[in-house]
Design a binder for this molecule. Sequence first.
Ligand code: HEC
Ligand code: HEC
Length: 452
Amino acid sequence: MKLHVPKTTMVITFIVVAILATQFIRCKTTKADTRNSMDRSGVPGDFNDDIEKNMKEMFDKGKAVFRFDTFGDEVFWTDQLQIHKAIADEKHGGIGKGLSPKQALDAGLKVDLAVLPKFLRRKIKEGKFLDDPWVTLQLIKINAVLGVVGKFDGKGNLKSIGLTCASCHSTVSDPSGIGKRLDGWPNRDLNVGAIISMAPNLDPIAKLLNADQATVKKVLASWGPGKFDAELNLDGKAFRPDGKPAATLIPEAFGQAGHNLHTWTGGWGNVTYWNAYVANLELSGQGQFYDPRLMNKEQYPVAAKAGFGNKRSDSDHVSSKLAALQFYQLAIPPPKPPKGSFDEVASDRGQQLFSGKAKCATCHVPPLFAEPGWNTHKPEEICIDDFQANRSPEKTYVTQGLRGLWAHAKGGFYHDGRFATMLDVVNHYNTCKKLNLTEAEKNDLVEYLKSL
Ligand code: HEC
Ligand code: HEC
């Protein structure tokens, strides 16, 4: 059979096929080009895919660890301090009236609104149920209280309490204390001292510090909201020579990628060092930790006696989580300042001053805002006392990254919050470094700090 196709139809078909074919080829090459421009190995698939898969897994695991992992620290908070008995009322595994949601919020604990069932959400927003300790237990049960993990028996009795990183290093978006979870934002409302003080048995802490329980209570009461003493367990120094508490502000855990040293004081290590330190020696989780510097009896008498510099444990709930935890923490960006929260024109002038006349950028190197390299300084370089610095292995202070500064203004600035406002900080440097800044220039610098 002979096929009769008119010439014009053939031409049209040819053109259409040609167009489709070029489109197809173009589409393919664009895809390949974008891939190549990012990944110059030219070999898509296989190991490249392994890396991407790993990224996703590490991120998800790290987030879960940061929020919900207690590292087995129930052995301390529950078995020893018995803090669960102060949270539950006597009908649900506790010894007293129990902790009402209102008391929990007053102590600075935060509630994740997103996981609350609708009816509870509504009632709590209306201020109802806030006096009922049973509601606190329900909130703990659904993992709604940031950083507090509870286990219950079949009858609803609270059996154990453990704490996670999120208790101190997360907060929520609403001043009521019930809102959206903000990982990495320091909880400057959390009264850690008051919370630990609720525990029926402070004897383990008293024994460690070689003090009586009344003294421990006095120390815990001295901290106040937003502060904790992360080295008390090493050197037993609870107060400074001037009588003020030795506690420091809870720092932000965002914007830390690219910084070598973390924490306020120098020489401890980077994020993963400190994570291992906290999980093992602050939260008292079950794990392994090694740092021979903590065996120095002169500087760290408490740690040396307790053997903290070489902690071994048969069941290790820490080591397998450190990689993912670090990965997640480094992924937390500094939050951007809200629109209209600073004067843009003044901030532009402030930026010039920051790198120019005010010499801030010699240490706070943009865009990291800390030095690439060994980011520490002697106390005299920033004109402050050496008490806190001397508690660190290197006896220095760490240059703090300034991005997202606006998000942790509560409680003040510098390790102990000694400067209430950004202007106070600028005034301090003005005197310390003899900068001769005018009032207008100081104001510009403050607007710039607010913009970071
Ligand atoms: C009881 C409150 C509290 C808990 C819980 C806590 N931290 Fe911290 N964290 C602090 C304080 C206070 C500091 C500052 C210590 C210092 O510099 O001396 C700090 C510092 C840090 C830093 C350094 C941040 C910076 O900007 O310098 C990191 C990282 C960190 N913590 C991670 C963690 C991780 C991970 C966990 C969970 C394993 C955790 N923290 C649990 C209070 C806490
Ligand atoms: C010699 C190095 C150095 C210079 C110069 C310097 N800083 Fe700092 N900055 C530090 C160190 C170190 C800290 C941490 C102090 C502490 O831990 O108490 C710090 C802390 C800060 C903080 C508090 C951060 C926080 O989280 O509380 C602010 C704000 C700040 N600097 C702004 C500035 C400004 C503005 C300038 C310029 C006028 C400046 N710095 C110049 C080293 C420096």
